[in-house]
Design a protein around this ligand. Structure first.
Ligand code: C2O
Ligand code: CU
Ligand code: CU
Length: 558
């Protein structure tokens, strides 16, 4: 039997795709999927079994340990005396997502220093959380060797070929998790993350410093299935300002008081297995809400400030998150960051925030406003019954996570009035920028960009010279769909939304973003300046069903 890799080598993969312009609307007739033996979905998805909320503690995935330096021809140009090396294993494993469910078979990343476990509860569904410092020069970055030990003959959905994207990172194309640069069971791949500020190569480093990155599988046509199976992890970035220490730099809540939270929705069968519908191309929604791989967990907090880094790791679900008591009373918090790192200044006393697939929102909650023994919840009040788009904001909604407030502990942390300030792009620069327009629409039953079935990555839809200002006009072509649009390599500055000044949490001068929401009928103008790395990259809708249904295009930097 041909493997996917054989198809790629023979070039049959792309020609099969080309011969089937709309083949992905019908996996039945798609020879790629037939060859791969992807299991057909059940006709109707039955709801997950009931589970009692808040009986499981929030999992906190540990940091991976560095390994001894190894030789890596591929990563060699980025290796120096200051390079840190890590090795992760991609594996199939059993995890306990809830005590009332049998263990769930997931695909996850594991630190190679941690022995493979046969005890389900000893593992996390979410991969290890990197905590990495920005480099101040060459050869001080990170090299991650990923070993694919996924089963070659697995059961069910997903494909055991992977390519690992560090989402939000500024890296060379080879290390960007390019969708067709995959490796299979038994193979490994070295990723180089230089951890340098964009603009370093021209001696004009920007302050586009990331804060919360995440890594996930990015396999062409199968990202939705492989990510749904579990291939997700956090990669947190620190520097001299955001030090990860409460006594230096900005003194933000740090260490055990700095908690990444990935929010996901899933469906489970009675035997604990994950249920997914490969025929769903609108956006697959789960009926169970998970935080860090556990269904509706609880978290014991001290009476002090905490930094929470939210990531929407769902395939298609949007959220509107509130901090609310059992009776629905809400409490306010400060927002400090987005995908593009720390804001210029905090957004104070926010009541709620929106999440869409791939978005990150960082907030600081001060639990000293509560008494020991109080409980308060993260509550999602955004209705969504259709994968294509979120619905209305409701007065109440399901709770994702329960905070149980304990005793006060010393709190030297602050949320200062200035975080990582930056000026909006100057009018003269905007006036001289190259303008490009991309329409995200639906065409003959598949997703398209500018009318092209853009999932074909054999050609670039656009070519961008490095260090050159560009304005991309991103337009939702209609049809009542919402598209969270993500551009690789460098951050966007959102200039306008629907012709107006954008909301504060995405406005240039306050925030930088790597994903923007294009709601039904919406359009945004974003400023981009790609730097340092010439090569092929992609931009795409991060509704993973849309992405895999061709709503992705290649762009080249020159
Ligand atoms: Cu998080 Cu191109 O993806
Ligand atoms: Cu990305
Ligand atoms: Cu979309």
């Amino acid at each position: 039997m041909l493997t996917r890799r054989d198809l790629l080598k023979a070039g049959a993969w792309t020609s099969a795709a080309a011969a089937l312009p709309f083949g992905c609307t019908s996996p039945d007739s798609d020879p790629r999927k037939a060859r791969l033996g992807v299991a057909a979905a059940r006709d109707a998805i039955s709801p997950s079994p009931p589970t009692t909320p808040f009986v499981m503690d929030l999992p906190i995935p540990p940091a991976p340990l560095p390994v001894a330096p190894f030789a890596s021809p591929d990563a060699a140009p980025f290796i120096g005396p200051g390079t840190k090396f890590y090795e992760l294993v991609e594996e199939e494993r059993l995890v306990q997502v809830h005590p009332q469910l049998p263990p769930t078979l997931v695909w996850g990343y594991r630190d190679i220093n941690v022995p493979r476990s046969s005890v389900p509860s000893a593992n996390f569904a979410v991969g290890p959380t990197f905590r990495v410092k920005m480099a101040t020069g060459a050869g001080q970055g990170v090299v991650v060797r990923q070993h694919n030990q996924l089963p070659a003959n697995h059961q069910g959905f997903g494909v055991p070929f992977t390519t690992v994207h560090l989402h939000g990172a500024h890296t060379e194309s080879r290390s960007d998790g390019y969708p067709t640069l995959d490796f299979g069971p038994g193979e490994s791949f070295d990723y180089a993350y230089p951890m340098r500020a964009p603009g370093f190569s021209t001696g004009t480093p920007s302050n586009d410093i990331p804060s919360t990155l995440w890594y996930h599988d990015h396999l062409i046509d199968f990202t939705r299935q492989n990510v749904y199976r579990g291939l997700v992890g956090f990669y947190l970035v620190f520097d001299d300002l955001d030090t990860g220490d409460e006594t230096t730099g900005l003194q933000l809540p740090s260490g055990p008081f700095d908690v990444p939270l990935v929010v996901q929705d899933r469906v489970f069968a009675a035997d604990g297995s994950l249920v997914y519908d490969v025929f769903n191309h609108n956006g697959f929604l789960g009926d169970k809400l998970l935080v860090n791989g556990a269904i509706q967990p609880r978290f014991h907090v001290a009476r002090r400030k905490y930094r929470f880094r939210f990531l929407d790791g769902s395939n298609a679900r949007f959220y509107q998150i509130f901090l609310a008591a059992a009776d629905g009373q809400t409490f306010r918090f400060d927002q400090i960051a987005t995908e593009g790192g720390l804001l210029s200044a905090p957004i104070r006393a926010l009541e709620s925030f929106r999440l869409a697939p791939a978005l990150r929102v960082e907030i600081v909650i001060d639990f000293s406003q509560f008494q020991p023994g109080d409980v308060v919840y993260l509550e999602n009040r955004l209705e969504q019954v259709d994968g294509r788009r979120p619905g209305d904001l409701l007065p109440r909604g399901p709770q994702l996570l329960k905070f149980i407030v304990g005793e006060a502990v010393p709190d030297p942390s602050h949320v200062p009035d200035v975080l990582r300030p930056f000026a909006p792009i100057a009018p003269a620069v905007l006036a001289a920028a190259i303008r490009r327009e991309f329409q995200f629409n639906r065409q003959q039953g598949a997703w398209a960009i500018n009318g092209l079935l853009a999932g074909d990555l054999s050609f670039p839809i656009t070519q961008s010279p490095l260090d050159t200002p560009e304005i991309w006009h991103l337009v939702n072509g209609g049809g009542g769909w919402a598209h969270p649009v993500h551009i690789h390599l460098d951050y966007m500055r959102v200039l306008t939304r629907n012709g107006h000044l954008p909301p504060i949490d995405e406005r240039d001068g306050v925030a930088k973003r790597d994903t923007v929401i294009l709601g039904p009928g919406e359009e945004v103008e974003v400023f981009l300046r790609f730097r340092d790395f010439a090569g092929r990259y992609v931009f795409h809708c991060h509704n993973l069903e849309h992405e895999d249904m061709a709503m992705m295009a290649r762009f080249d930097t020159l």
